[in-house]
Design a protein around this ligand. Sequence first.
Ligand SMILES: [Zn+2]
Length: 118
Amino acid sequence: MSLKLHALAFLKEKRVNYYIIDDVIFFSCFHCGFKIEMNAGTTEWSCDCGNKGNLGSLIKFEKNKIELLSDLAFINPKKEKYEINYLLNKLNNKNQVDSKDLKLIQDKFNKLCKELGI
Ligand SMILES: [Zn+2]
């Protein structure tokens, strides 16, 4: 199994929110909760909080702490895009516009834009 698959299996097993674009895995730093990038080929990562390591250092991290930090709000742009499209399709199939759905779409869109820095 490649390091990339080991890393993804580990994050899934620990129920850590993540997403992957090309060969970069995004998830929250186990130490501070801010978003970090892991090189999927080498599993190396570093964070602005000063911590860095690889998959091995994450595996050694205390299990309880991983569960605690994985509950932090983590914005997954792919998930946000999916949910916005789902809501837009739902609106397309209705005869009248539901203002609650429109508000949800607006919130998700703004969250996505903030995450992307636009
Ligand atoms: Zn950090």
